[in-house]
Design a binder for this molecule. Structure first.
Ligand code: UDX
Length: 439
């Protein structure tokens, strides 16, 4: 019965496209909708607009089965379930931009005004507490002339998938959160999710708590990272101290856990920085000064500043210095450079007129879109080092582990800043500095 449901997924970014592909590959009837015509066509041809492990394969299976891709919203008219997965980007003041979600729900409202069905609308997009009740529901009710909870279901359903493991996380989530009123629609969605993920906990709560859960989750992850980064900085001033041994050991305490304790140049990506800023902005609006969150954010920004200070200490003025950056993707196994710390570092180096060469296994094209001919793009990892005066490892790509004395021979000056401690176990004929290791 569940397999006969028709599901619409609106917004084909990381979350929407992954979710649509996984559901369709499992045999559900799915319509993926995105207003970007070029992107929709590309996806309909089986080509994801970004790199994600197993996505292309899953998308192609989905397309062969029951996945239709369109930019036409009218096809939601006979859908039983509608997921909203449009993005909520960051505004200058840190709050979230609701224009896209407002546009999507306006069209959904107008479309469902013409149906006799009682669809269930689930919002996966990350929105601050109160958005569902004060923005989304009023628009839907006004445009459709129908009532939430009676004529259609409305549920907050935050998403926790990580890029680079998006397909796996969608198939095997650690939790399902359903926020909203306890209606027949909620019971139905609970059954559907229990069927889809039999052993996974399902948390039923209200809208505002569900919305807050997402921010709690990401801000806690960011806090773990800034905590370990702060300790890494202390370790750097203790000769011989090693942050990885510390992280591994404290991670064995089940109260702490070993994930997200990998020190580095600071967190980036399309979620953690944006969600931190949105939560800080939101907390201030509701009258709470979020001291801890402010500190987490400040520590994150300081990581990069410290790298710049170290470079100037070692190299003097950076003007015309040839610097190699390994890794512009915000994390390994993705080509995503949104809010990437590596990209920020390049911007800072260009301001100082350094000569920058980069290499990244997946994100060269995306990086080129940002910097054009302002920087050099190496064809391979070894060639990125030719005549370089400093090598900075930013992203923890496995491919960078091959670096050794032979490969760094072509450097003009062997200064290495290893933000991920990829080479920390090697004996290198170089002036080697690693985040979190005391010199
Ligand atoms: C994050 C959340 O993890 C996910 O649950 C949410 O749905 C979306 O936001 P993602 O943006 O894919 O996922 O990346 P994540 O793996 O969390 O990494 C974010 C940043 O933190 C990266 O720049 C990464 O390099 C950095 N990081 C992560 C560390 O520096 N150390 C760590 O231990 C973990």
């Amino acid at each position: 019965m569940i397999k006969n449901m028709k599901i619409a997924i609106i917004g084909l970014g990381f979350v929407g496209l992954t979710f649509a592909s996984v559901l369709a590959s499992k045999g559900f009837k799915v319509i993926g909708i995105d207003i970007d015509i070029k992107k929709s066509r590309q996806i309909a041809d089986g080509i994801p607009p970004f790199y994600e492990d197993d996505l292309e394969k899953t998308l192609k299976i989905g397309l062969k089965k029951n996945l239709a891709i369109t930019n036409n919203f009218s096809s939601i008219i006979d859908c039983d379930v509608i997921f909203i997965t449009v993005s909520t980007p960051q505004k200058k003041d840190g709050s979230i931009e609701l224009a896209m979600i407002k546009r999507a729900v306006t069209v959904i409202g107008k479309t469902i005004s013409k149906t006799r069905k009682n669809p269930i609308i689930l919002v996966k997009s990350t929105v601050t507490p109160g958005t569902m009740q004060h923005v989304i529901r009023p628009i839907l009710e006004k445009q459709s002339g129908k009532k939430a909870g009676k004529d259609f279901g409305l549920i907050s359903n935050p998403e926790f998938l990580q890029e680079s493991s998006a397909i796996k996380d969608t198939k095997f989530p650690h939790v399902i959160v359903l926020g909203g009123y306890q209606t027949k629609f909620m019971s139905k969605m609970k059954k559907i999710f229990a069927n889809l993920h039999p052993k996974i906990p399902i948390i039923i709560t209200n809208h505002q708590t569900a919305e807050m859960i997402k921010y709690a989750n990401n801000s806690f992850l960011a806090t773990k990272i800034s905590f370990i980064n702060q300790l890494a900085n202390i370790c750097q001033n203790i000769p011989g101290a090693n942050i990885d041994d510390i992280a591994k050991t404290i991670g064995l305490d089940p109260r702490i856990g070993n994930l997200f304790l990998n020190a580095g140049p600071g967190y980036g990506g399309s979620c953690l920085p944006k969600d931190m800023k949105a939560l800080i902005n939101f907390a201030n609006k509701v009258g709470i000064k979020p001291k801890l969150l402010d500190a987490v954010e400040e520590i994150n920004l300081k990581q990069l500043e410290q790298i710049m200070i170290m470079l100037e200490e070692k190299l003097g003025a950076l003007r015309s210095k040839r610097i190699t950056i390994l890794g512009t993707a915000f994390k390994p196994n993705t080509d995503d450079i949104r809010d990437s710390v590596g990209i920020e570092l390049i911007k800072k180096l260009l301001k100082k007129r350094a000569t920058v060469t980069i290499y990244d296994p997946k994100s060269m094209n995306n990086t080129m879109k940002v910097f054009g001919d302002e920087i050099f793009y190496a064809k391979s990892l070894p060639s990125s080092l030719d005549s370089s005066e400093c090598l900075i490892i930013m992203t923890q790509w496995k491919q960078f582990e091959i670096l050794n004395n032979k490969l760094i021979k072509s450097m003009k000056r062997k200064l290495i800043v290893d933000c991920r401690r990829i080479l920390s176990k090697k004996i290198l004929d170089a002036d080697y500095h690693a985040i979190g290791i005391g010199n």
